[in-house]
Design a protein around this ligand. Structure first.
Ligand code: CP3
Length: 350
């Protein structure tokens, strides 16, 4: 039965013989095998859009690293692309939207994608990955939170101070709400389709929630995350319970509010004290995280000590999924990533 997977058990705070471990960005450039598959695809976006190759890189960390969950290989920015925005990934420069959203008219022009059509390649990848995984570990689907997606859509790419989207937030809040509303509806349809195609857990990434003040976070980010958590299916087509994970980078001060969305797991970045997080959240959700990804620059012996300390800090209560506090960096030695996984899988606690 799939609910017996360590990862799913931990998501629902059931006792486990050892904690499950996975890493955000576990299929990525730190793996030479990933770089080889990406070279076959030509570039990153082609890799996302080729179900066979996306399946191949999704399985690499399972086969090569022994992690306890698979995460769909894709990107959060395929949603705005499916809504009609041109998306480019320039080598070494990260993502860019050459024609960003600047007005209410731009928001009105965005499409309402049908996930089985515009994002059909993602659904094909999910179906193929489930088949190839053959139930070895569960498969996590994901989305960006509407606020995080909107930052890229309005800024046109990464940003240092978020001046453009914050200007929209303060000067034209109704336009921003319309953008968030349209994106939220696209996200709900997208995640619903992911579950139908085989996702067994869902993670919502709010990478930029932490750049907002508390009232702005509640109004422009968490409100929409809450609606997504309430709207997505919480069981698979075959009747297994399906957990939802909410990860807000920089959200450590709002754990009580994030927990109140009704999610099953709260993702924590490394600035959060594990014991304090457990106290605030109480028995309401499981927790996931939270080693500083740069810790993996340390020698393996140091990584092992840091992971052991982290496991102790989270304590023995059920419901801890070991992960980094954000994605693994591209220049981490594979052996150091292995040391992290091995130490996290040590049989201590529950
Ligand atoms: O975790 C996984 O292994 C699944 C795959 C995954 C990717 N991106 C692959 C990727 C996931 C879950 C994401 C999510 C994502 N993408 C987020 C939210 C999580 C986070 O990391 O904060 C964000 C903000 C993005 C947008 C994005 N995609 C950026 C900013 C970049 C460039 C930064 C970088 O690392 O180069 C990407 C590119 C990207 N997405 C890569 C991968 C493996 C690297 C591209 C490459 O291979 O050249």
């Amino acid at each position: 039965m799939t609910t017996d997977h360590l990862f799913l058990r931990a998501c629902f705070r059931r006792p486990v013989p050892r904690r499950p471990v996975w890493m955000m960005r576990q299929a990525g450039r730190y793996l030479p095998e990933y770089r080889a598959t990406r070279a076959k695809a030509g570039n990153f976006l082609n890799l996302c859009k080729n179900p066979e190759l996306a399946c191949e890189v999704t399985l690499q960390p399972i086969d090569l690293m022994g992690v306890d969950a698979a995460i769909l290989f894709s990107d959060i920015l395929v949603i705005p692309e499916a809504m009609g925005m041109e998306l480019r990934f320039l080598e070494g420069e990260g993502p860019s939207f050459p024609a960003p959203i600047t007005s209410a008219a731009d928001v009105r022009r965005l499409g309402d994608p049908d996930p089985e059509v515009e994002l059909g390649y993602v659904m094909d990848a999910l179906r193929l990955i489930r088949k190839e995984l053959d139930n070895r570990v569960p498969l996590i689907g994901f989305t960006g939170a509407p606020w995080t997606l909107a930052t890229y859509m309005v800024e046109g790419g990464g940003s240092k101070n978020f001046a453009l989207i914050k200007r929209m937030l303060y000067a034209e809040p109704e336009t921003l709400h319309q953008l968030l509303e349209k994106t939220t509806q696209a996200v709900i349809r997208y995640l619903t389709a992911q579950v139908a195609a085989g996702a067994q857990a869902l993670q919502i990434f709010d990478t930029w929630g932490g750049v907002l003040s508390k009232p702005d976070f509640l109004e422009f980010s968490l409100r929409y995350i809450h609606r997504i958590v309430e709207a997505v299916p919480r069981q698979t087509p075959t009747g297994e319970k399906l957990p939802v994970i909410v990860f807000v980078k920089g959200g450590g001060q709002w754990l009580d509010e994030i927990t109140a969305t009704g999610c099953d797991v709260v993702g924590l970045d490394w600035t959060v004290d594990p014991a304090q997080a457990r106290k605030i959240i109480g028995g309401r959700t499981a927790v996931q995280g939270n080693l500083d990804p740069t810790t993996l620059y340390a020698p393996p012996a140091v990584i092992e000590q840091r992971v052991a300390a982290m496991l102790r800090a989270f304590g023995d209560a059920p419901g801890h999924i070991v992960n980094l506090g954000h994605g693994i960096l591209p220049d981490i030695p594979v052996e150091h990533a292995r040391a992290f996984i091995r130490a996290g899988q040590a049989e201590v606690g529950k």
